[in-house]
Design a protein around this ligand. Structure first.
Ligand code: HMG
Length: 397
């Protein structure tokens, strides 16, 4: 199956890789402190663990770690653009991607910019990247989504934290996914979730955010269909933004009802289940989350060759976009499935006391001068701040 006319180049995902924090906490640890049944998180939210950063990790170190294997495999000869999507920015002016540019030794003849709109911005970056490559098919664009999800401690949003980065190389004649042209978009000013400049944690109206998410996906889906997008029953798998994996199931059931699907609830849930494995163990990675859903699906045992994947991206505030892609034949040879699973297993399990200590240290760390001793074994680390300048370096063995 191909989605492009003979005159337009086939554009899509050439490569995809992820990185997350050094630590993980089982949500049973939080359930103990909150005095609730762990099933509330395991079943009610569909989450088992969340990633927790070491003191010398942040969005830059995760982003560089996610992108490094892609650069190693493809080189930089065709790379002209780096789009860094995040809502946990580390500077009000300088793009986090510029630090990544240095850490990865990218050429100077590359543009780097940062994009923000809650959990949605990586999808905007992907669409912008596809347009750049369609204009100049010899060029490649590196899209990086990297976020740390933080809410107020002891709030009911706390179990939906997490951290992760996904890097994607967008190219012509791609090895993994061919992006189809129709997209559906939606914007509405909603105060469901935001983070004022004075706050390190997001402010959220949890219940409103769930209905705002569903309304936005419904609106973007309607626009997608009106622009020639595939019908619900022509989509084999659905990758939703997953602040917690149960949200994807809720949204999918909602969309199925809106379109009048006759699939049973079990059949609908089965369309989502293979996309949830990584997010269930990482937690909310904000703008990376929908692409972690894709990675989990690609790494699953299913043979996806020629299948259509629907992408349903939501960012609070609120913007949504629906688009689709076709899995290319031979895609498996471009995956790193074993490494991906190993990366999740390699995280250090921490208890609630250590987790609270790490979050406390992170809150205190935003100062003019600080030195972070080495904790992480990731390839790059955040060594501290000297005279207001963030210090990043390769990690020594
Ligand atoms: P809560 O009030 O603690 O939880 O907060 P609850 O009481 O609603 O329970 C959650 C679920 O667990 C419910 O299931 C319960 O029934 C179930 P539901 O009825 O909804 O299907 N439950 C149990 N299940 C099994 N065994 C048990 C048990 N007890 C209860 N024993 C909430 C939940 C999600 C609101 C909160 O964690 C929160 O505010 N999180 C942050 C906001 C969020 O993630 N919103 C999602 C949509 S917005 C979005 O995705 C954008 C975002 O990523 C930001 C961005 O765009 O940048 C957040």
């Amino acid at each position: 199956m191909t989605a492009s006319s003979p005159n337009t180049p086939v554009v899509g995902l050439e490569d995809i890789a992820f990185a997350t924090g050094a630590n993980r906490i089982d949500l049973a640890e939080l359930a103990g402190r909150f005095g609730v049944d762990p099933a509330k998180y395991y079943v009610g939210l569909g989450q088992s663990e969340m990633s927790v950063l070491a003191a010398d990790e942040d969005i830059v170190t995760m982003a560089a770690a996610a992108a490094a294997p892609i650069i190693e495999r493809h080189g930089t000869e065709r790379l002209r653009t780096v789009l860094f999507a995040t809502e946990s920015g580390i500077d009000q002016s300088k793009a986090a991607g510029v630090y990544v540019h240095r850490l990865l030794g990218l050429p100077q003849a590359v543009r780097v910019v940062e994009l923000k709109q809650a959990c949605y911005s990586a999808t905007a970056a992907l669409q912008f990247a596809a347009a750049l490559v369609a204009r100049t098919p010899g060029e490649q664009v590196l899209v990086i989504a990297s976020d740390v999800a933080r809410y107020e401690l002891h709030s009911n949003a706390e179990p939906t934290q997490g951290a992760g980065a996904v890097a994607m190389l967008v190219a012509a004649d791609p090895s993994l996914i061919e992006l189809e042209a129709p997209t559906g978009v939606y914007t509405k000013d909603v105060m469901d979730f935001w983070r004022p400049n004075h706050s390190a944690t997001a402010i959220v109206d949890g219940k409103l955010s769930i209905s705002a998410y569903q309304d936005a996906i419904e609106g973007a889906w309607e626009d997608f269909r009106s622009r020639g997008g595939a019908a619900f029953d022509e989509v084999d798998h659905f990758c939703y933004h997953q602040p917690f994996t149960k949200m994807a199931i809720k949204a999918h059931r909602h969309l199925a009802k809106v379109v009048g699907s006759e699939l049973t609830q079990a059949e609908l849930d089965a369309q989502i289940e293979p996309t949830t494995g990584y997010n269930r163990r990482i937690g909310n990675s904000y703008t990376a989350s929908v692409y972690l859903a894709l990675l989990a699906l690609l790494d699953s045992d299913l043979d996806l060759t020629g299948e259509r994947i629907g992408f349903l991206s939501y960012g609070s505030g609120a913007v949504a976009e629906v688009f689709s892609g076709i899995v290319r034949s031979g895609y498996r040879s471009a995956l790193r499935s074993e490494d991906n699973r190993a990366q999740l297993d390699a995280r250090t399990a921490i208890d609630d006391a250590r987790y609270l200590q790490l979050l406390g240290d992170a809150a205190a760390a935003d100062v003019h001068d600080v030195v972070h001793p080495q904790q992480t074994s990731a390839p790059f680390r955040f060594a501290g701040v000297a005279a207001d300048q963030r210090q990043y370096e390769p990690t020594t063995a």
